[in-house]
Design a protein around this ligand. Sequence first.
Ligand code: FES
Length: 163
Amino acid sequence: MSPSLEVRQTRVCGVEDVPLNEGRVVSINERPIAVFRTDAGWYALDNTCTHMGGPLADGMVADESVACPLHERRFELATGRPIGHECGAVASYPVEVDGDDVLLTVALLDSGPFEVEDAQSVIEAEANGSSGSAPEGSQAESGVAREVEDGRAHDAPAAVEGR
Ligand code: FES
């Protein structure tokens, strides 16, 4: 029996968890995904740079792209495509905002229940491990996955599975 691909939309964080023109990491089934907020909208890419694994959520956001903080290779926020370099694309995910909730659509093989670690959890973990500043009063609940309802799901991203 072949494995089935399951597409779901899930809340990953609150709108206030992601400052404008920055990224934050969420985790779905232990897969780190960078969520970005820009003037033009919301985007989500795999957090792991295809060059040498740099954390894209910590990169500089400009011109609808993000530059990896390690060696400044850039990727399109909308598609994950590399800009001006030969490294592979990073997977991108549809993002939707519903009120104060940021929702990601992801596809996983035989996923079972989604385990979501939201941006607030990641921020709190970072704050506990360093003397960095606290997030700006956000109130993200721990992520609870919900299945995609008919008509709300996006098409599955083309490259969800590993590179
Ligand atoms: S690890 Fe991202 S550019 Fe090198």
